[in-house]
Ligand binder design. Sequence first.
Ligand code: BES
Ligand code: MN
Ligand code: ZN
Length: 515
Amino acid sequence: MTTSLLFADASTISTPLLVVMAVDTSTGDTPAPALLSASGLPGDTASHLLLTGEFAAKPGETLLLHAPAGLQAQRLLVVGMGKAGKADISRVREAAGTAVRTAMAKSITDLTLVLPDEAALAAAGMPPLAYQPMTRAAAEGMVLAGIDFDTYKTDRKDRTPASLTVLAPAFIETHDRDSMSAGLAEGVAIAEATNFARLLVNEPGNVLTPTELGRRTAAMAERVGLQCEVHSTAKLEELNMGAFLGVAQGSAEPPALIVLRYEPDAPLRQDAPLLTLVGKGISFDTGGISIKPADGMEKMKNDMGGAATMIATMQAIAMLRPQIRVMAVICSAENMPDGKAYRPGDVLTTMSGKTIEVMNTDAEGRLVLADGLHYAKTLGATHLVDAATLTGACVVALGRLNAGLFANDEDVCERFQKAMRAQGESFWRLPCTDDYADLIKSQIADIQNTGVDRWGGAITAAMFLKEFVGSTPWIHLDIAGLVNIDDARPYIAKGPSGIGVRTLVAWLRSFEQSA
Ligand code: BES
Ligand code: MN
Ligand code: ZN
């Protein structure tokens, strides 16, 4: 797939498919669709169709015209973005994705997406959207839309478009053109990294073992210039990672402890932070001896989604090359029931020295992360973020529209929430204050791996992790409900989402000035 940015009048472009966005400018119930036509697009090209009321410019709604009058393009696709007043940068990302998926369904391999100009936005009564973020969001939407999860279909057709062009008004000046091409490159890099995460999460448990996750991560690291180490059982034993080893011992597949490091091109100050990402990489979660019910267990191949998000974030950072230091620690194992498996009642001694009574072998994610978080601190982490498909309780609490966000530090949390805003991702903060600490006290060990009862299960899981971060500023992302998109959307394939990559990249980059 090639992506490019072109500055020209839309009416002069020869393309199989020209895409223009539209918004609903009405304030009441009767839709009043308006094209966000950039300069050069004849205003009346689709206007009679808009007047028929057949197209309301709802988000994801499309209208296709062949041989549009006054244009060189073979087809004109109008993509709805919903109410003008609510059409933000996320709607640009989604509209761009919808355009690509519409083209893919029709086997159209080349498309040109017209970016609205400032005048069109103002005329529609929309908030001003800057060219650079719009270009980036359009690139993200197009690249994210461009993949299907058809790896294992023998009759798969690669529908990924060959060429995607973002078209901007010809009057834009050199300086802005440069920032827009940087925006395009950023969007492509971040979306390609996210697609890597999505494809990893899609892989079944028999293919993507911890060892294979290590191999694929190392290959990516080699390609983009990240340092990468992949360790297994011997290293875990040397480090006394009793919790991580406990989870791994029931599987014939050895665990993988992956460490990725990014160093910027110019040296940083000695006291620059070491921003550290920790990912839960359970390649398959049967629940272990506390085995899960058969119904839906196949979804537990997604239980390495946190690891995939962190690996992809590292890939994006390596492409963008910001002036920060970033490390990732990935804890990957398979949770299986077996003659050698750990059992309920077992006591595990973690790398930190803290002891854990295992109440339920299905609460395995927090066990591998306990050792991963502590190890990250010994490697010099100054800020910790973990991502994990950690609890069903988080999905019960927040549904499938917000992931859980927990933090022990107000500044770092606010910084994350600020970073999230333009990225079209949703994390909702839940508490992890010390008044919950008693819920994970054990009779015979320091702590136990589940709460005393089932209430507040996402919080007790976070409290457990908090035991291992100490005073280091820390964010915990429980992505169990968002790792997968289960219902069809017009702008992206159903399946793994790559949740968190965009926000994490923005959060990491927010440290650039102070580095
Ligand atoms: N991987 C699961 C959590 C999960 C549930 C992810 C649903 C995605 C969708 C995790 O390891 C788990 O099994 N958690 C248990 C914890 C319980 C035993 C305290 C859960 O949520 O039921
Ligand atoms: Mn589990
Ligand atoms: Zn799990």
